[in-house]
Write a protein that binds this ligand. Structure first.
Ligand SMILES: Nc1ncnc2c1ncn2[C@@H]1O[C@H](COP(=O)(O)OP(=O)(O)OP(=O)(O)O)[C@@H](O)[C@H]1O
Length: 508
């Protein structure tokens, strides 16, 4: 559509913004775009290398910063190469003429920004990302970075806190930093060990093995180590992957008879982070390779961080020599959070949303009812806040109980992504590994999309977390899968039936 309703964009930035919005709308999909991206306005100024975008609430600003900051930067750069940073801030909607919707001027997608950042692999029929089109990398790759010597173009959050997401850094979650981690007796040893490992100079120990229950902060500490380490070692190579990804890449390398590049990539790491080690249980050749990787990195004085849901000694199906090697570093556990920690974490989160009033009794309700898993606690708060913003209602006990009924019931019986993957692969007669593999055949890709859809609907995992659990895929692949299955449920009775059966079985 090219009906001109609003002010015709006159400056380069306004023209670029028109293109970027058109691209975002096309690739993010109408629902996501309308909810989060559409309200964003360009604030025109006189800095040609800085783009300023404003959103009307801190909540939306935080969301867009954490999900789209690097994309926005790359999209702008593709259209306007002089752009060095994109600032996303909160401002009241302007009263002056503004670009009201993407259809108002130019819906022609701009040239694609490709290969400027490490991209995750995607399926042939999974639209990959906000850039659209096939993924630039043909095979799955772990997240890897070598920060450039020249100052990277940062995306700066304004007014504060600063959010720096250079385009060539690994897709670490910018929120998972040390200063946002609440420390108490349940996690102090793990926190101090993580801090110490990120310090400059030769590591005092390696590997660091973090273990604890789901949603208790292991990934948070791993990302925090990576952020802090990259801060003090901008030239460092940091690799961050799940054990499943390690296994999958290794198996793929063996099949391609090219284990050499796999080994050299991993061994080039100054900091290697491997999540969810329990997944290598029973995988003999992967364990063999893992053992050598650990030995070589530790022997070369490199940093290695491993997480699992249990202690090294409890890792059934893992070779004793690996357990011995892991135990020789520093092992730190994270215990279930007590009421005080849960309450403090909620206070911190609420402090990040200054325009939202959440009464004390509601915070007490959440902290006392949602125990054990901080992810679920945060998810519950986000849900109350999001519903209040959508409905315009004030948050009080009645509103919270009505909004959280389902979540509080779900807390009784927690559905995990592993459970979903097992059930979906059994239902479609696939091997469990197929769902985390890069195989693109529709017979595998469709069940994988269904499993991602169920993970989004039935767990409180975020999109990036779901992507990670499906072989390190990008969050936009998950968004695409969810949208696709939603569409298919309306048009394809078989898919809808399969989803219903699976949901029923999972919800019990
Ligand atoms: N001590 C803490 N302070 C602040 N936030 C926390 C803390 N512990 C966990 N969180 C938050 O809880 C959420 C879940 O944490 P995280 O993803 O690190 O869990 P995990 O232990 O890796 O879980 P899993 O094993 O299921 O992957 C994240 O949003 C994280 O920021």
């Amino acid at each position: 559509m090219t009906n001109w309703q609003a002010t015709r964009p006159t400056t380069d930035q306004a023209r670029a913004w028109a293109r970027v919005r058109a691209n975002l709308r096309e690739s993010a999909g109408a629902r996501l775009f309308d909810q989060w991206l559409k309200p964003m306005e360009l604030i025109e100024g006189d800095e040609p290398d800085t783009v300023r975008l404003a959103l009307p609430s801190a909540f939306a600003t935080n969301w867009v910063r954490s999900h789209y900051a690097d994309r926005l930067h790359l999209e702008f750069k593709a259209v306007l190469p002089e752009v060095r940073s994109v600032v996303i801030e909160t401002r009241a909607p302007s009263k002056v003429a503004r670009l009201t919707s993407v259809e108002t001027f130019d819906a022609t997608p701009a040239p694609r920004a490709v290969a400027a950042a490490p991209m995750q692999p995607v399926e042939a029929d999974e639209q990959p990302s906000l850039f659209g089109g096939p993924a630039p990398t043909p095979a799955p790759a772990p997240r890897q970075t070598r920060a450039k010597a020249a100052a990277p173009a940062p995306v700066v959050a304004a007014p504060a806190p600063a959010l720096r997401v250079p385009a060539d850094r690994p897709p670490l979650d910018p929120r998972l930093t040390f200063d946002r981690f609440v420390v108490d007796s349940s996690n102090r040893v793990a926190f101090n060990a993580a801090l110490s490992l990120a310090e400059p100079g030769p590591p005092r120990f390696s590997p660091l093995f973090l273990h604890g229950g789901t949603g208790q902060g292991k990934t948070h500490l791993m990302h925090a180590i990576a952020h802090a380490f990259l801060e003090s070692h901008p030239e460092a190579v940091v690799l961050c992957m799940s054990a499943e990804r390690f296994m999958f890449d290794f198996v793929a390398a063996m099949r391609a008879r090219d284990t050499h590049s796999f080994k050299s990539r991993l061994r080039s790491a100054d900091l290697l982070l491997i999540d969810d080690l329990q997944f290598i249980a029973g995988k003999d050749s992967t364990q063999e390779e893992f053992f050598h990787t650990v030995n070589e990195l530790v022997g070369a004085g490199k940093r290695l961080v491993i997480s699992a849901d249990r202690s090294p000694q409890s890792l059934d199906g893992v070779e004793p020599r690996i357990i011995g090697r892991l135990g020789a570093g520093l092992v730190a556990d994270i215990k279930a959070p007590d009421l005080t920690l849960r309450r403090t974490i909620l206070n911190r989160k609420v402090a990040d949303l200054p325009e939202i009033q959440v009464p004390i009794d509601v915070l007490d309700l959440l902290a006392s009812r949602i125990r054990g898993n901080i992810r679920e606690l945060e998810g519950a708060l986000n849900r109350v806040v999001a519903y209040a913003q959508l409905t315009g209602d004030k948050i009080d006990m009645e509103f919270a109980v009505a909004t959280l009924g389902e979540v509080l019931r779900g807390a009784q019986r927690r559905i995990t992504i592993d459970e979903i993957q097992k059930l979906v692969s059994r239902h479609f007669e696939l091997k469990p590994l197929d769902l985390v593999s890069a195989r693109r055949a529709r017979a595998i890709a469709r069940p994988r999309q269904i499993a991602m859809y169920l993970a989004k609907r039935l767990t409180t995992r975020s999109l990036p977390e779901i992507g990670r659990k499906f072989g390190g895929r990008d969050h936009s692949t998950v968004i695409y899968a969810v949208r696709k299955i939603e569409e298919l449920r309306d048009t394809d009775r078989d898919i809808d039936n399969a989803v219903r059966v699976l949901m029923k079985e999972l919800e019990g």
